[in-house]
Design a protein around this ligand. Structure first.
Ligand SMILES: [Fe+2]
Ligand SMILES: [Fe+2]
Length: 159
């Protein structure tokens, strides 16, 4: 309770928040970079981290929320999964563009940033609230371990 009051998240919620920060700063790094090689390598890193994050999150957190008896949790998980798909489609569009210094690609990056920011805001407010209502501290810790393991497995498969 104290942790929650201090704004520190438990278990998987802390892991998710940490990933969100990493992805946000990678996106900013891409936007700020003026070197094509660096920009491309940051993009590949961000893409891999974002995809492994959202796939593992679907499996470990959203799957459980979708099976909840509370409608708010089920609705959140359904909407969140749809947003994950939109983010994934946007990443595919961006991967298909070779010239990552072009104005068109920069516009795509801004679009991605908007999608991700909106999704993360919803997840860390509504989603975290649902997760705290559904699971106790031990369950959140266990889910955190499962989430990290699943991400490692997915990263090896290079999503
Ligand atoms: Fe997330
Ligand atoms: Fe998410």
């Amino acid at each position: 309770m104290l942790k929650e009051m201090l704004g520190i998240a438990e278990g998987i919620l802390q892991d998710l928040h940490d990933d969100h920060e990493v992805v946000a700063s990678l996106i900013e790094g891409i936007a700020d970079s003026e070197d094509q090689w660096e920009q491309n390598s940051l993009f590949q890193e961000m893409r891999a981290k974002l995809l492994t994050h959202s796939h593992a999150e679907d499996e470990v957190l959203y799957r459980r929320l979708k099976a909840s008896r509370h409608e708010t949790s089920r609705k959140f998980a359904q909407e969140g999964e749809r947003e994950h798909q939109l983010v994934e489609q946007q990443l595919q569009r961006m991967s298909a563009v070779d010239d990552k210094m072009s104005d068109a690609w920069t516009a795509q990056l801004t679009e991605l940033q908007k999608l991700v920011d909106h999704h993360v805001d919803e997840e860390e407010s509504t989603g975290f609230r649902c997760a705290r209502d559904e699971f106790d501290k031990d369950e959140l810790e266990t889910m955190g371990t499962e989430f990290q393991r699943r991400k490692d497995e997915l990263m090896v498969g290079a999503v």
